[in-house]
Design a protein around this ligand. Structure first.
Ligand code: ADP
Ligand code: MG
Length: 397
């Protein structure tokens, strides 16, 4: 699907995205830069991507008329939002190429299926996930309580709809496990052993319809209260041997899924000497990811460019990172002072620091924990990037 093409009915080449959040917005920017028209489906009139797209279809994700309109307007469709109902993607796929496909999105939407997939390709990927048990029935709860003391202390995670640490409870004892499961409404869950993490990292890969794969180097991520706070993307951000293993594992996972599009795989780095050989696969996101935002400013092709190329069957360029980078997430908290009063951050001071790239998502109201934007710092060397990142962070706190 070439960006300049016009079909017999006079319609311009248009790419569609399910979901209008910031990931959709940055996708739209990338698609438009190449010359595509864009369409966003999101019920919110003020959605960040809807605000900048040629077309904004304001319906719910499963509205038949909205989906028909999206399929009519677009030559290919992607998703930016993990919880788009998988059957919806199936419907769209009857008439249009959809990347990633319904089946893989369905796996990534469910921790039970996701972990089963990781286990199924552990031999290929060389990496396993944390020890876990599935918890769907009271009988399973009783048997986990009786037989899986090895999983405690652990984290109980809902199988569906968890993100940014939501839908998770940390438990130390069998009694706490029962209480936590009740607290989560008895929903399908996994209980995962708490591991001694020394670091977390993620890998972005893009795979085309023809099976070609390109990837970015692993980035190291720091989470605060379950939400990504900082991404370190430069040589030396983690031991080379671990980085190579993580990248190889992510590629194997993408191939094994028959994935098309950009996939982000998150890993834990655990204390040496553990049975996991230092690396454990945590979860995957079937889309560009917050931890890959630095690629917009530090690489010659961003994760969003690769998403456009993959879905439109354009050649996939192997991206090259030209600058070391640190990304700081800008949560709504930055808009509140110590007294809890709303104020605009001091952009004048932040932007006068060298190598700062500000991305705001166009969200009108700042709320604690809400992702409002991010700041990427690039520079000639790692030391200067770290110095500027520290100054920027102190201006923003
Ligand atoms: P989410 O979907 O909310 O991102 P994750 O499974 O990635 O859920 O968990 C969020 C964070 O909680 C992780 O980034 C990590 O810091 C911590 N965490 C999750 N599982 C474990 C574990 N098994 N051991 C130690 N820390 C964990
Ligand atoms: Mg996560």
């Amino acid at each position: 699907i070439f960006p300049g093409s016009v079909d017999a009915a006079g319609q311009r080449a248009t790419l569609g995205v399910m979901g209008g959040g910031q990931l959709g917005r940055m996708f739209v920017h990338a698609a438009q830069r190449l010359g595509y028209f864009t369409a966003v489906l999101d019920p919110d009139a003020q959605s960040p991507a809807g605000l900048v797209s040629h077309h904004h279809i304001q319906t719910s994700y499963d509205d038949p008329a909205g989906l028909a309109q999206l399929a009519h307007l677009c030559q290919a469709i992607t998703t930016e939002f993990e919880n788009v109902p998988a059957p919806t993607l199936q419907t769209l796929a009857q008439t249009r190429p959809v990347a990633p496909g319904a089946a893989v999105v369905g796996i990534a939407q469910n921790r039970i299926a996701e972990k089963a997939h990781f286990a199924a390709c552990a031999d290929l990927s060389g990496v396993s996930c944390a020890p876990y048990a599935v918890l769907e029935t009271p009988a399973q709860l009783r048997s986990v309580q009786a037989e899986r003391a090895d999983l405690l202390p652990g984290i109980l995670k809902t199988a569906r709809l968890g993100y940014d640490g939501k839908g998770q409870v940390r438990v130390k004892t069998a009694e706490e496990l029962a209480a936590a499961w009740a607290e989560l409404g008895g929903a399908a869950c996994v209980l995962e052993k708490m591991l001694p993490l020394t670091a977390e990292c993620s890998v972005l890969v893009a795979r085309g319809w023809d099976g070609q794969v390109v990837s970015f180097a692993p980035q190291r991520n720091v989470h605060v209260d379950g939400i990504l706070a900082v991404t370190h993307a430069y040589e030396g951000n983690m031991p080379v041997a671990l980085a190579d293993r993580a990248r190889d594992a992510a590629i194997a996972i993408a191939h094994h899924l028959g994935y098309v599009g950009v996939l982000c795989v998150e890993f834990f780095v655990v204390e040496d000497g553990s049975e996991h050989g230092g690396l454990v696969v945590n979860e995957m996101a079937p889309r560009p990811h917050n931890s890959g935002h630095y690629t917009l400013d530090a690489c010659d092709a961003s994760q969003f460019d690769l998403q456009v190329h993959a879905m439109a069957s354009l050649p996939l360029p192997q991206p090259r990172q030209h600058s070391p980078a640190i990304m700081l997430n800008l949560l709504g908290d930055v808009w509140f002072d110590a007294e809890g009063q709303l104020h605009e951050p001091d952009w004048q001071a932040v932007l006068s620091l060298p190598g700062t790239h500000l991305h705001l998502y166009g969200k009108a109201d700042a709320r604690a924990g809400r992702k409002m934007g991010h700041l990427t710092i690039t520079g000639p060397d790692v030391t200067s990037v770290k110095t500027v990142a520290r100054r920027a962070a102190s201006l923003l706190n």
